[in-house]
Design a protein around this ligand. Structure first.
Ligand SMILES: [Zn+2]
Ligand SMILES: [Zn+2]
Length: 327
């Protein structure tokens, strides 16, 4: 099934949210389609598509997106919603957590409480876990929100402030993840961590396979290179065959996008390189690919850009904030 067709029928969030999470006047949801009660199947909802620093990024005072919030994008994050139970989960807790939690609640059309049924963390880089701070004493003061983590991530959160306080006060309840081991969320929904090569500074780094009753989605926001994964024994093409849609690291479009820097050694696969690699795949496999986690310098963030057209012409997609993919 072409996920894009399904997605096209559903409202875009087009949130005018600055990278510091400050909501703007732009309404988060433009059409009521996202609340349509006929949508009974679980789905993922894309809550943000930018790299850890957001778009625009701190310190880039000349970025026109500061004055055009409709073009700003929040940090990469997926929500999982199950309209059958009203439950909702997040993959990663980003610096844009406040807005993203609201968008997720609205998309789920579930009860207001609990605000969240759990969070799955990929790794300990700032765009992926620091949103946990909003669960603490100074903000929501939640009670035992399940946070699924790999072992090093678990140790990191327990040993370092302010995160250890979330554990001690019972705002969050850390639950163990093991590579390749499925976490059942009930009614045919599950989440499975997949270890990927990426700078493992404070924690392991994982992507997730999110499976539902009918479809499954792969989420790999950060990976150093596809070649390194090959060397570790996993080909992305093989994994792609086992899912219906994939949201993959599209941090940089091409070498040269950061003026004056040779980006050859940057630890992310350029979108141009991924497109070259995936060009060999049949169209239905290529159509599963949605690039996400775009750096603020990535020209593909700009609507109508040549970079965007190149991706679409290659039979692939750019993730859009607000899009859904059924599970
Ligand atoms: Zn990241
Ligand atoms: Zn990272």
């Amino acid at each position: 099934m072409n996920a894009r067709k399904t997605i096209a029928a559903i409202a875009l969030l087009l949130t005018g949210c600055r990278s510091d999470g400050t909501a703007t006047n732009t309404p988060a949801i433009h059409t009521p389609a996202i609340h349509t009660p006929s949508i009974h199947t679980p789905s993922i909802v894309v809550l943000g598509i930018a790299q850890d620093g957001g778009a625009p990024q701190a310190g880039r005072f000349d970025d026109p997106r500061w004055d055009n919030p409709a073009q700003a994008r929040m940090v990469a994050c997926l929500g999982i919603i199950d309209p059958r139970t009203g439950k909702r989960w997040m993959i990663d807790a980003t610096p844009d957590f406040r807005r993203q939690l609201t968008d997720l609640a609205r998309a789920s059309a579930g009860p207001a409480r609990p605000a969240l049924d759990g969070i799955f963390l990929t790794h300990a880089h700032i765009g992926h876990y620091t949103g946990l701070m909003f669960l603490g004493h100074e903000s929501m003061g939640t009670l035992n929100v399940p946070v699924w983590v790999m072992p090093r991530m678990d140790a990191f959160l327990r040993a370092n402030g302010p995160w250890d306080q979330l554990v001690r006060y019972g705002n969050i309840e850390l639950r163990p993840l093991a590579a390749g081991t499925k976490v059942e969320l009930g009614d045919g929904l599950s989440v499975t961590p997949i270890v990927v090569p990426h700078r493992q500074e404070y924690s392991e780094v994982v992507g997730f396979r999110i499976s539902g009753p009918t479809r499954s989605v792969l989420y790999i926001p950060d990976i150093d290179s596809w070649d390194e994964w090959d060397a570790a024994g996993t080909r992305i093409e093989d994994v792609l065959q086992t899912v219906d849609a994939a949201y993959l690291d599209g941090t940089f479009f091409a070498n040269g996008e950061i003026p004056g820097r040779d980006m050859t050694g940057f630890p992310h696969p350029f979108i141009t390189k991924s497109m070259e690699r995936f060009a060999k795949l049949p169209p239905e496999e290529r159509a599963k690919v949605h690039f996400i986690h775009l750096n603020h310098t990535n020209p593909a963030l700009m609507p109508g850009s040549d970079a965007q057209r190149q991706v679409e012409a290659a039979g692939m997609h750019l993730a859009e904030q607000g899009e859904r993919s059924p599970l």
